[in-house]
Each structure stands twice: as structure tokens, then as C-alpha cells.
Write a protein that binds this ligand. Structure first.
Ligand code: FES
Length: 112
């Protein structure tokens, strides 16, 4: 199985690289690399604490978000055109090198 590498860009400019098998989610990669993305509902699309902003090129290579994802995203603060829920993005070789901004607002929103 191929390995995909992505880079998380934190709000203070720090960059953290994370690699994982194709088919892993961005949330899983973040958690394995110690990136503070909360993912409060653990991928059940019941929060928006896994909100990330995808770079333009990779965004267009990703499958379209579902309507449910769009609805959850509407609740996220700091929403941008290329915003996605990290738990809904499965990485694949097509998005190797993807850059993901982690908005400050996605942290600790639920106080957990
Ligand atoms: S972890 Fe809650 S929607 Fe992604």
C-alpha cells in the first residue's frame, strides 16, 4: 500500500509533516503526528473540530464533500472556500504533498 505524506501548517506558522497509508484520514494522520486537531466526535461528522483548510491544488483532486459534510462545515469558524472536515478526507497518492492549514478556531471548541 502506498504511503502519502502531507504537511500541516499550524496557525503560528509551524509546519508538521505526517505520513500514512493511502486510505487513512487526515484526522488520523494529524493525531499520529501530534498535531492538535481535536476531532471531538471521532469522525462521526457531528462536530466541526477537525476543520482544516486544504491547498487549492489538492482540494480540486479530492472527491467532493457530501451534503452532510457541507452542513457541518457551515458551523465551523474561519471557513474558507477550500475548507474540509479532516475526518472525511481520505488521503491517496493523488494528494501526496497536500498542505493543510489548521485554523486556530478548531482547537478546544468543545472544551474537551
Ligand atoms: S471529528 Fe467530528 S466531524 Fe470530524
Amino acid at each position: 500500500m502506498s504511503t502519502v505524506t502531507v504537511t500541516f501548517v499550524l496557525h503560528d506558522g509551524e509546519e508538521i509533516e505526517a505520513s500514512g497509508a493511502a486510505g487513512s484520514t487526515v484526522l488520523e494522520l494529524a493525531q499520529s503526528a501530534g498535531v492538535e486537531i481535536e476531532g471531538a466526535c471521532e469522525g462521526n461528522m457531528a462536530c466541526s473540530t477537525c476543520h482544516v483548510v486544504v491547498d487549492e491544488t489538492s482540494f480540486s483532486s479530492l472527491p467532493e464533500p457530501t451534503e452532510d459534510e457541507e452542513e457541518m462545515l457551515d458551523l465551523a469558524t474561519g471557513l474558507k472556500r477550500t475548507s474540509r472536515l479532516g475526518c472525511q478526507i481520505e488521503v491517496s497518492p493523488a494528494v501526496d504533498g497536500m498542505r493543510l492549514e489548521v485554523p486556530r478556531e478548531s482547537r478546544n471548541m468543545m472544551g474537551l
